[in-house]
Ligand binder design. Structure first.
Ligand code: URA
Length: 443
């Protein structure tokens, strides 16, 4: 086998065999495939696509390119969630303790933020002392003992994806359904989950801008997951406006704590309840958690009675975080300058552009361009309004938290253009556009 023949085959719109795909992925992982040939094949895939079997083969080869996490000694049925990335998306931080408080063990490896996307690990690190760098032995021990662990990757999961994604990023080959599906699903499969809940975001603050593209991606990921013997639920959810109110690390942790204590913004709470319900339903596998009404009643109780909060607090303590900060979120990192923009007229809110809000927070120092960049945990935005709200003169729209006056001025101008108004009534944005559910065939 050689790269030239494989590239030519895909260029000529022919179907690659499982062996050819496995050979290519191994060559990429070992560093044997030169970047120019890998990029040529990626471009041929972008242009000519891949069928279902090719995409399954690519996904599985990438999943097996590094360490495969086996969680069966922790739980017989590991359930995981994945979001395609959104603005103010701190869902995992509520959902994991909530699901764990129902007796379903969760052991999740999360990532850091890059560009406009926030990362769960960065958010957690606004709690002083919280250790995301666990060895696999520590990760397993915490999952077994406490039923919950949330940390960074220990072994290298799906290293072929890291190499391919870096090349896709600089060769115009990110936008391809089989490449996106295999990239996301290979990491989830390598992380040991049997049941996977996918939250595919669509809108201005998401990777997928249109509902149609999101639906296509969700369906393709469900197909591939089921073929890889995973039970799958994929939700296509709105990301035209930020999720919840807070965008920025410490501010998001504060909002997480609010929700875990039974409060918080209604849209974010609702979203967390829905993702958690799907995870429990998958984990129930026809035995325990089978009925959505019962699941929802249980989840709501655990948010309102403090059980989920106690689980989060125990997780923070187990990973070395300062629980006094969890008990008193005023101790979280705080910014020097706080400024609020307000409505000047009575109007309906027509838009709160999520991408623009993310850009403002990035400009304040809340994001990183390169992996090595430092981030400011204290800065961010609190968005007080949703599309469809009617606002009165003087009503708070967005509050910015900054540590630098010049950056604040720039961020304010971005936020001013992020919020748009209408004299006419505007319907609220839907939360979920579509949900796809499919269990893997037995065996
Ligand atoms: N997110 C990923 O992990 N991979 C892609 O290809 C696109 C988005």
């Amino acid at each position: 086998m050689n790269m030239l023949d494989i590239i030519a085959k895909k260029r000529d719109k022919r179907t690659l065999t499982r062996e050819e795909i496995a050979w290519f992925v191994e060559a990429v992982t070992n560093g044997d495939a030169p970047d120019y040939q890998t990029a040529a094949l990626l471009m041929a895939i972008v242009i000519n696509g891949m069928d279902h079997d090719e995409t399954v083969a690519l996904t599985m080869a990438m999943a097996h390119s590094g360490h495969m996490l086996d969680l069966t000694d922790i739980t017989p049925y590991a359930v995981d969630k994945h979001s395609s990335g959104g603005v103010g998306d701190k869902t995992s931080l509520v959902v994991l303790p909530l699901v764990a408080s129902c007796g379903v063990k969760v052991a999740k490896m999360s990532g850091r933020g890059l560009g406009l996307t926030g990362g769960t690990l960065d958010k957690l690190e606004s709690i002083p002392g919280y250790n995301v760098n666990l060895s696999e032995t520590e990760f397993r021990a915490l999952a077994k003992a406490n039923g919950i662990v949330l940390a960074g990757q220990s072994g290298e999961l799906a290293p072929a994806d890291g190499k391919l994604y870096a090349l896709r990023d600089v060769t115009g080959t990110v936008q391809s359904l089989p490449l996106i599906v295999s990239s996301i699903m290979s990491k989830k499969i390598a992380a040991g989950a049997r049941g996977i809940v996918l939250d595919v975001k669509v809108g201005s603050g998401a990777f997928m801008k249109s509902v149609q593209d999101g639906v296509e991606l969700a369906q393709a990921m469900v197909d591939i997951g089921v073929s890889a013997h995973r039970d799958m639920i994929a939700m296509v959810t709105d990301m035209n406006q930020p999720l919840g109110e807070a965008v920025g690390h410490a501010l998001e942790i504060r909002e997480v704590i609010d929700v875990l204590r039974g409060g918080g913004p209604a849209d974010f709470r609702e979203h967390c309840l829905e993702v958690s319900a799907h995870m429990l339903w998958l984990a129930g596998r026809g035995e325990r958690w089978t009925d959505y009404d019962r699941i929802n009643a249980q989840l709501t109780d655990f948010l309102d009675d403090g059980k989920a909060f106690a689980t989060f607090r125990a997780m923070v303590e187990a990973q070395g975080g300062d629980v006094e900060v969890v008990d008193d979120p005023d101790r979280l990192p705080r910014a020097a300058y706080i400024e609020t923009i307000r409505a000047v007229q009575e109007r309906y809110i027509a838009g709160v552009d999520a991408e623009m809000i993310a850009r403002a927070v990035f400009e304040l120092g809340g994001g990183r361009e390169k992996k090595s960049d430092a981030i400011d945990h204290a800065v961010g935005a609190v968005v007080h309004v949703n599309v469809g709200d009617v606002v009165q003169p003087g009503q708070a729209l967005v509050t910015l938290h900054a540590n630098d006056r010049d950056k604040l001025a720039h961020a304010l101008s971005l936020v001013h253009s992020a919020v748009t108004y209408s004299r006419d009534e505007v319907p609220p944005l839907p939360h979920v556009y579509e949900t796809f559910v499919r269990r893997a065939a037995a065996g």
